[in-house]
Design a protein around this ligand. Structure first.
Ligand SMILES: *Cc1c(COP(=O)(O)O)cnc(C)c1O
Length: 381
């Protein structure tokens, strides 16, 4: 097979997204407005939750959730040690302390058996991360926690993912999704909060819009033009634009199809790569519907014929782009120095940091691309 160039991930946007954006531009309503409202409504319906609140990113979504929950200095928030750095950063934004919990290298997700030992009387919340689109068993997590501890889902990778027929975003007290182009559906940048807690939703809606008591739309449509909103709390500007809302609506309509296609190719990878003994394949419990934001392998350093990094270089030369799964946050310089941590503190996270490798899987790949990736991996001896 001749040389190909296969990206680790590509957004699946096209004519529909372009036309949707154009409609918003021509409408003259550019900031958060009717398209965002419709996107929120449909996103909430799809994920089986009462409320969805669009924002500028998953990071700002998580920030709003923590602020609305009243988390601040002196409070502790449990966070898996292997996740995108934003999960821990937002705890720092609030002046609270992230307390790391090790992960299980078999799932890349939080090791539920290690949660209880980290709980103190300062623990206010836990952020569970459905990493790469694999849902954490949130019911099992709750059993390890005192009832007043809030469970927040970092569902950045998990739009459309399910466990026990319940969608990500409906499992905890609140959840945050990402629409960065690296995720299954995208709005360029963008995020969404979901929750069934009406009071929390009201609070987050205000916090998103500078803390204003009424929204821009209400104000513009309202009968009293002299009224400016009242501000009783310190808020932010985390509003999504209607251009993004339009793109989001087009993308959401394709989510199910995108995931089906990803599931089919993930299964293909798992079947044809099964007999490579140094390769750890992702395992999906029977009650889970994985959204496959990324397909992440575990390279066994004892058995593999070369290091993971050498392998990544070799694949790059063949035109196949790969990435480490993500990073161990406790190994990043900022966290190391803030909390005097060493790499060995979280062995599961360290193993994932050093040995995971995401290979291409996205909705712009064809059968020949997948075959090419498989051939390249089979040639590694
Ligand atoms: C992508 C990602 C984020 C950040 O999402 P943004 O929308 O870019 O802020 C946070 N957590 C996890 C697990 C992610 O994968």
């Amino acid at each position: 097979m001749s040389k190909r160039n296969i990206a680790i991930s590509l957004p699946s946007t096209g004519e529909e997204e372009w036309l949707a954006t154009k409609e918003s531009i021509l409408s003259g309503w550019l900031t958060q407005g009717p398209k965002v409202a419709e996107f929120e409504k449909q996103f909430a319906q799809y994920h089986g939750v009462k409320q969805a609140i669009a924002t500028t990113s998953c990071t700002t979504s998580l920030h709003l959730i923590l602020v609305a929950m009243g988390i601040g200095p002196g409070d502790e928030v449990l966070v898996p040690a292997f996740t995108w750095v934003a999960t821990a950063n937002i705890v720092m934004y609030c002046g609270a302390t992230p307390v790391f919990v090790d992960v299980d290298p078999k799932t890349n997700n939080i090791d539920i058996s290690r949660i209880a030992e980290k709980v103190t009387n300062r623990t206010k919340a836990i952020i569970v991360v459905h990493l790469f689109g694999l849902c954490v068993d949130v019911a099992a997590v709750r059993e390890k926690l005192p009832p007043q501890v809030k469970v927040i889902e970092d569902a950045a990778c998990a739009a459309g993912a399910k466990i026990d027929e319940k969608y990500a975003g409906s499992l905890g007290d609140a959840a945050a999704f990402s629409f960065h182009p690296r995720k299954v559906i995208t709005t360029g940048e963008g995020g969404m909060i979901t929750t069934n807690d009406e009071d929390l939703a009201v609070m987050m809606t205000k916090l998103r819009n500078h803390g204003a008591e009424i929204s821009e739309e209400q104000r513009h449509q309202g009968p009293k033009p002299y009224l400016l909103p009242d501000f009783n709390i310190l808020g932010f500007n985390y509003r999504m634009t209607d251009l993004q809302g339009s793109v989001g609506l087009s993308q959401l309509a394709k989510l199910e199809q995108f995931i089906k296609e990803r599931q089919r190719w993930a299964q293909y990878y798992c079947e044809v790569l099964a007999d490579i003994d140094w390769l750890g394949l992702p395992e999906v419990p029977a009650n889970v519907s994985h959204s496959w934001q990324a397909f992440v392998l575990y390279i066994d350093p004892q058995k593999a014929p070369m290091t993971r990094n050498q392998m990544m270089e070799q694949l790059q030369e063949l035109g196949i782009s790969t990435r480490p799964g993500t990073h161990a946050v406790h190994m990043l310089n900022y966290y190391k120095t803030q909390f005097t941590l060493t790499d060995a503190d979280y062995p599961g996270a360290r193993a994932c940091n050093d040995n995971t490798m995401a290979i291409p899987l996205h909705n712009k790949m064809n059968a020949d691309d997948y075959q090419y990736v498989v051939n390249a991996l089979q040639m590694i001896v």
